[in-house]
Design a protein around this ligand. Structure first.
Ligand code: SIN
Ligand code: CO
Length: 400
């Protein structure tokens, strides 16, 4: 399998040799790449109340590697020095569909692993310092030049600077073999926990970071335990019908611990519930309250009306997957679920093709909606997705 992002490398080779293992530089992955937004537009986003943004200054007024959280006043941005700072704006793909376009090139990786596209701008010398991320990241040089230096793999015990709230490494062991200047269209893949340091070399350096998230073991344990726990009965308890005469009345003996472990493993190992929890967890929206449900819940008639418009040649794309929405499905021995933005709905085998088409598309075409109208189960799923804001109807331009 090939994808234009990886150059000569096949998807199979990338997954086998690089994914989660080692970095990869792909020169001119996107030759002629033209970012659809300029630096002023990016700065404009950083001034918006609902957008997550930050600035990192290498020598801030209050100390090294100072972090400022947005939203920012325009005047603050205008008064920034001419070098050594970075502006970072999160989830730009969820704000601008033209930025989200790039994600289509990443369909060789699970969509439910995606976090967002963060866009950074830095004048010369600007960087966020040497650090690691716990996410896989693809760094696309969108404009200008940035020098990337890669270092060692790190973990929780790797020392961090104490004089800043940012997690900056004290000891960055630069690898002389991995020191590159990226030009527009170049792409750098970094596996999690690999130290890296990207410094702007130009006035117009913008970098797009496509991040892939992974839950921590703690998030998995606590999340799954909470979900599975809710389904447990009061009478499922620690039991010790096999109790033997005691050595000491206060001792928790090996048999007690072993009974406990047995119970714990049995109650957590519920395949259907774990499937459901995982799908829900991986499709949670990035920000709470991100979806905008319609003012009036849709009824089947509203879908009929939409299709009728298309039949009469009146309308083109009808419904869109919301920009911040996450869809996934699971079809296995334990059952079939459609997941959208933290919700889960079981569906029948008959709907498998429809669910797959739905989860692949960005815009729902008339065929997908017409099929749904013929199957009450699909129709109800579609209405639920619309009514929770995961799918929305594009407003038609007012002609008068
Ligand atoms: C940046 O774009 O400046 C930072 C991206 C990163 O290092 O993760
Ligand atoms: Co990073």
């Amino acid at each position: 399998m090939q994808t234009r992002l990886l150059g000569q490398l096949s998807v199979e080779e990338f997954l086998r040799d690089y994914w989660q293992k080692k970095p990869l530089l792909i020169r001119q992955a996107l030759p002629g790449f033209q970012p659809p937004l300029d630096i002023n537009e990016l700065a404009g986003l950083a001034c918006e109340e609902t957008v997550e943004s930050r600035i990192v200054m290498e020598q801030g007024p209050e100390g090294p590697w100072q972090l400022f959280n947005g939203p920012f006043e325009e005047s603050f941005l205008q008064e920034l020095p001419s070098k050594d700072w970075t502006l970072l704006v999160q989830a730009v793909d969820q704000l601008l569909p033209e930025v989200a376009e790039l994600l289509k090139d990443f369909d060789f990786l699970p969509r439910w692993r995606r976090d967002d596209i963060m866009i950074s701008y830095a004048p010369p010398g600007g960087s966020v310092g040497p650090h690691i991320d716990y996410y896989d990241v693809f760094l696309l040089q969108a404009s200008g030049q940035r020098r990337w230096q890669l270092g060692q793999f790190c973990d929780e015990s790797t020392p961090l600077r104490q004089d800043t709230s940012l997690k900056i490494l004290t000891d960055f062991q630069a690898d002389p073999e991995a020191d590159w200047v990226l030009e527009p269209g170049d792409l750098l893949y970094l596996p999690p926990q690999l130290a890296h340091w990207g410094t702007s070399l130009s006035e117009d350096c913008t970098t797009w970071s496509v991040g892939f998230r992974a839950l921590s073991a703690e998030e998995i344990l606590c999340g799954a335990a909470d979900f599975v726990g809710e389904k447990l009965q009061e009478d499922q308890r620690y039991t010790d019908a096999d109790l033997e005469p005691l050595q000491h009345p206060a001792e928790i003996d090996a048999a007690a611990v072993s009974r406990l472990r047995q119970l714990l493993l049995e109650v957590i190992d519920q395949p259907a519930a774990i499937n459901e929890w995982f799908g829900r967890a991986m499709t949670q929206t990035k920000y709470p309250d991100q979806l905008l449900p319609p003012e009036e819940p849709w009824q089947p008639e509203d879908l009929q009306a939409l299709v009728a418009e298309v039949d009469s040649g009146d309308a083109s794309p009808l419904l869109r997957i919301a920009e911040g929405s996450r869809l996934a499905f699971r079809a296995g021995d334990e059952g079939r679920w459609l997941f959208a933005d933290g919700e889960a709905w079981p569906y029948s085998e008959e709907l498998q093709g429809w669910v797959e088409d739905l989860c692949r598309c960005y815009q729902l075409d008339a065929a997908l909606i017409t099929t749904a109208l013929k199957h009450p189960e699909a129709r109800d799923l579609l209405l639920q997705l619309i009514n929770q804001g995961s799918i929305y109807a594009e407003q038609e331009e007012d002609s008068d």
